[in-house]
Design a protein around this ligand. Structure first.
Ligand code: FVH
Length: 300
């Protein structure tokens, strides 16, 4: 595969060329979105086989990683994890001065800051991006993209980033998008593992899971105001008895745990909540609400 079919970076198409490093499920979806939007899209993947469908769709490719990075001023990276990103960036030998690296790989705020330092030390710019979407949604408003980094760099790339989906900018602190991403993903997993536990429980009791899931979806509608109320209580430090006083809530937990045990459903998470409640009650806060457990969840 040769580079000859790549238009050189001239002023007329400077805004219309992009390189995508990483053509897994998500990376390929991103490359397709750029191709569909008429961008001169250069693709690279460690396993070059994955370039072929993109070439058929209109992408260009090059033999080497350096060549792919040299072919555009916008380098979008979407690899399995930031260990891979570190490995790939470490393989670059050419100058990257003046380029903008847009890293869409999942990762931590600390990793974002390290890559930003790398870019700045090579006279390049860095935008950290995180994705809350499934690959088929990329290129539609359903796909949520979070970004952070220097506002000048973000604004200069906003036009192309908008082509990927609904974008939100979290500010100049390089790790800000990753903070939001990690928090949103964590809440999702925390909720969904609880949901799976409860599906096990109702399943053992012969409840129809589809109907139950619909009822849970309805109940979740009411959680918005409760989240704001709990944040307010944490900020005030007053901990009004949301969900009722802790001592009343704790009294119900022996039954909750006993019921799960009787159905051979895992009780580890319920026991963790009960022990937190007991600690708060023993500390003289039995009249406070569930939000007061917040006081026990930081470094003790
Ligand atoms: N897929 C999804 O639904 C989620 C949605 C939310 C965001 N994630 C994140 O997107 C990143 C990429 O995920 P992915 O689904 O594309 O992952 P894979 O299909 O497994 O592709 C992984 C690509 O990474 C390349 N790669 C892995 N290790 C290395 C390495 N050491 N050096 C160079 N490239 C590496 C791999 O290359 P190859 O195995 O094909 O040669 C793929 O291109 C990810 O952060 C998700 O958390 C997706």
């Amino acid at each position: 595969m040769n580079i000859s079919n790549i238009k050189t970076e001239t002023s007329h198409n400077k805004r219309k060329s992009v390189t995508v490093l990483g053509l897994g499920n998500m990376g390929a979806a991103i490359a397709h979105a750029f191709i569909n939007q008429g961008y001169d899209t250069v693709v690279w993947n460690r396993n070059a086989e994955k370039c072929k469908p993109l070439i058929q769709a209109g992408a260009a490719t090059v033999e080497t990683l350096d060549g792919a990075v040299a072919a555009s001023n916008k380098i979008v990276i979407c690899l399995l994890n930031n260990t891979a990103v570190d490995e790939v960036l470490g393989q670059l030998t050419g100058s990257v001065a003046g380029k903008v690296f847009i890293n869409l790989t999942s990762g931590t705020p600390a990793q974002a800051r390290v890559f930003a330092e790398w870019a700045e030390s090579h006279n390049a710019s860095y935008i950290d991006g995180k994705i809350l979407a499934d690959p088929p949604d990329v290129g539609t408003p359903k796909a949520q993209f979070m970004f952070s980094g220097k506002s000048s760099a973000f604004v200069s790339q906003e036009h192309i980033l908008k082509k990927l989906g609904t974008i939100t900018y979290y500010g100049e602190e390089y790790g800000a998008a990753a903070v939001e991403f990690m928090a949103q993903v964590t809440i999702g997993y925390e909720f969904l593992i609880g949901f799976l536990h409860t599906l096990q429980l109702v399943h053992t009791e012969g409840v129809d899971l589809t109907a139950f899931a619909q009822r849970v979806a309805g109940t979740l509608q009411g959680y918005g105001p409760l989240l704001s109320l709990m944040v307010n209580e944490i900020q005030l430090g007053t901990y009004k008895p949301d969900l009722g006083p802790l001592q009343v809530q704790a009294a119900m937990f022996d039954d909750l745990i006993g019921h799960r045990e009787s159905q051979n459903v895992e009780t580890v998470r319920m026991r963790e909540i009960k022990s937190l409640m007991d600690r708060r009650i023993d500390g003289g806060h039995g009249d406070q609400g569930f939000s007061s457990l917040f006081e026990l969840l930081g470094k003790q």
